[in-house]
Design a protein around this ligand. Structure first.
Ligand code: CUA
Length: 165
């Protein structure tokens, strides 16, 4: 069977492109821990402040009986509440987030913490911050005129300096 040399060359180009994409998928998925959130859990957005979990005085860091850390957070036009979260480094933390209004995104640049928060659902991801420091949390879904100003902060300290939830 005759295959035109030019066509044969394109086979290789396409093969290299497919290989590069597979490497990118496996590298980000396995080495950098980037993958779609798998938690599906609904919540009544209109009554968020009336729920036990997302009421104002329950927001922030909680430690379970086994010591596992959970951060309960509300994303609302235009801020993430609570505004400042302090966490220990190198410790798995589960974030549970919901919104009472529109779609928001929350993203800590330089980490794998990046998730969309959709009305009617609880967004849950588990991550850890390896380096102590200040991490801004930015909104990365356009949510209205104040979108640019929607941000808060995670302060990460070494575990022995962490003051607890
Ligand atoms: Cu919230 Cu953009």
């Amino acid at each position: 069977m005759h295959i035109d040399p030019l066509e044969r060359r394109w086979f290789y180009v396409i093969g290299v492109m497919i290989a590069a994409m597979l490497v990118a998928i496996f590298y980000t998925g396995l080495a950098q821990g980037i993958h779609p959130p798998s938690n599906v859990e609904s919540v009544d957005s209109a009554r968020l402040h009336m729920t036990e979990e997302f009421s104002e005085d329950n927001l922030g860091v909680h430690a379970g009986e086994d010591g596992a850390l959970t951060v309960v957070m509300v994303a609302a036009r235009y801020g993430f509440y609570p505004l400042n979260i302090e966490l220990p480094s190198n410790t798995p933390v589960t974030f549970r987030m919901a919104t009472p209004d529109v779609i928001h995104g929350v993203h800590a640049p330089g980490t794998n913490f990046n998730v969309t928060i959709i009305p009617g659902y609880v967004s849950q991801i588990t991550t850890e911050f390896s380096e102590p420091g200040e991490y801004p949390l930015l909104c990365n879904e356009y949510c209205g005129l104040g979108h640019d100003h929607m941000w808060s902060r995670v302060t990460v300290v070494p575990p022995d300096q962490w003051q607890g939830p």
